[in-house]
Design a protein around this ligand. Structure first.
Ligand SMILES: O=C(O)CCC(=O)C(=O)O
Length: 258
């Protein structure tokens, strides 16, 4: 997809699919890692009493490293996303979802992931990476085209009768304006439907999770510039005056992060 077609589609419709854009071998590793992450998150959800409507969600799996970090380093559609933001961007959240028949996950309700309507300012972009084929039967995501231009939440009857479905093969990337109203579909099959659920923002917006602190600084030397950028290492907040008073190139919040 050319940057011009992408920009026009995002402006008018609010969503696009990049079909089968992700390396197949990596999809298999991501699928295995999502299963492990789901188990790890579920234990903590239950231990901390936040287990209602969350079974199937695994948040901030990126902090677990492995193939999640590899996805960021090698598979991100950097030029299209840069077109959307008009400059640099970072990961705001990086989780996964396992949609299972009969489980009422919160994402089945109509919602959007940005906390306020940002009008036509491109503050946030949603990215959903399909790890299984997305079909009408297994709950392909509902996306209401054009709703990214409206502050009002549509009622369920209007939403579910007018929304498109993101039907696509495993390894596809669904990108949509975070102002857009959307929902996971009901999985009516006996096979779980998995995806990575990622949000990206302009670098000045506070991340949902401190990925830099979680991943630490020991492995920075072996990390690509792209991974450092996306994890937020170029958009950090100084914690003391020694960190604040630095030459431009050493600043915690780098000058090119507009
Ligand atoms: O699982 C889906 O199809 C949608 C996920 C979703 O709603 C989200 O990531 O905000």
């Amino acid at each position: 997809m050319t940057p011009d077609v992408f920009a026009a589609t995002m402006r008018d419709r609010g969503w696009v699919i990049l079909p089968e854009a992700v390396d197949r071998a990596l999809i298999r590793r991501l699928t295995d890692d999502v299963a492990k992450a789901h188990k790890a998150c579920r234990e903590i959800q239950v231990k901390n009493g936040v287990d209602a409507n969350t079974d199937g969600s695994a948040h901030h799996v990126l902090a677990l490293g492995g193939s999640f970090l590899e996805f960021l380093e090698s598979q991100m559609p950097m030029s299209l996303v840069t077109t959307y933001f008009g400059g640099k961007f970072i990961v705001n959240s990086f989780g996964s979802t396992t949609n299972v028949k009969g489980k009422r996950l919160y994402s089945l309700s109509v919602h959007r992931d940005i906390r306020f309507f940002s009008r036509d300012i491109p503050l946030m972009l949603n990215m959903l990476v399909t790890l299984d084929d997305f079909t009408l039967e297994n709950g392909a995501t509902y996306v209401l085209a054009g709703s990214h231009r409206s502050p009002e939440k549509p009622d369920d009857a209007h939403f579910f009768s007018h929304a498109d479905r993101a039907v696509c093969k495993a390894g596809s990337i669904l990108l949509f304006n975070s102002n857009m109203w959307h929902a996971a579909g009901d999985n009516t099959t006996d096979v779980p439907r998995q995806a990575l659920t990622i949000t990206l923002t302009k670098p000045f917006l506070k991340q949902q999770f401190d990925y830099c602190r979680a991943l630490g600084y020991d492995r920075l030397a072996s990390m690509s510039d792209q991974a450092k950028q996306l994890l937020g290492y170029n958009a950090r907040v100084a914690a003391n005056l020694d960190e604040w008073y630095r030459p431009l190139e050493d600043r915690m919040f780098k000058p090119d992060q507009d």
